[in-house]
Design a protein around this ligand. Sequence first.
Ligand code: F6P
Length: 357
Amino acid sequence: MKRIGMLTSGGDCQALNAAMRGVAKALFNSGEKVEIYGFQDGYQGLIYGRFKLLTYADFTGILTKGGTFLGTSRTPFKTIQVPGEDGVDKVAAMKQTYYKLQLDCLVILGGNGTHKTANLLRTEGLNVITLPKTIDNDLWGTDMTFGFQSAVNVATEAIDCIHTTAASHGRIFVVEVMGHKVGWLTLNAGIAGGADIILIPEIPYDIDKLAKKIKERHDGGSRFTILAVAEGAISKKDAELSKKEYKKKLSKRTQPSVSYEIAEELGKRCGLEVRVTVPGHTQRGGSPCPYDRVFASRLGSEAGKLILKNEYGFMVGYKNREIVKVPLEEVAGKLKMVDPDSSIVKEAKLLGISFGN
Ligand code: F6P
């Protein structure tokens, strides 16, 4: 008999349901008696004991559905050990729920913050298996996270649509892609969508270099320019500030985001019409693409296999085209950033894409 708790935490993404279905099917089909408890809205459900016993039927018909049928929420790691306004000791409460239900293991689907808490629960003695979700693809220890490829599709489609209108009007367009800390999504959607300029947090830009690139394009006969800009893109000047100074500067920002600042500056420098498009949360929404359906199903079923073997304390990830188990302590608290000297960045540059550096 296996008793499993399952939760999805942090920002949602496509293929969360596919991954949970993968775990459940592998367990239910094993022949072993299994009970799966689904916690509502991530760690909140575990803290406050909001759960439901799930049946096989709960996991059917959800492969293609975006979002998470369990609901999710952000429970920041930095506050997990601090009692809330209601005085609840969150870690103790999560342990209590776990022991009360006599769980053998928690299956936790999430990104960076989620993994820090999952690892904390592991050190507190709970059995934990995690699955890597995020459209940012920034989790350490795995080459790929589910949600990423679907988000690349959405962001690419946005850039594709902008292409036709930008060409008609001869405008500069800034398309803002999600990713505050890392640029994988912007880099991939930018290349896929044929962006002329890609700005990511890992490669600070020089606004004058961007203006020069646009002028060169226009002098060469191109009527429009498309920039794929990550939410966390940063100028060279700002990158020289300390974290504290930069935070202070951001708190005084008058524009909604970096894309609008860039648009304003380019408008002044290039004398052309500039527009900003923000696909925003559409990048996390909708049905998972086939890659993510397959990938999340594989990760889920491998997680089921580990549970059946009583192997805990791992994230099920993907390395060198193989599904692997990565110790949670190696994953928690680390980000997988884009290396500015990586081959993908160099290849993008060979295609004529500017990073503004
Ligand atoms: O971590 C995933 C992510 O979609 C980021 O790319 C984005 O910056 C952030 O979440 C948005 O968070 P929220 O949904 O809380 O606004």
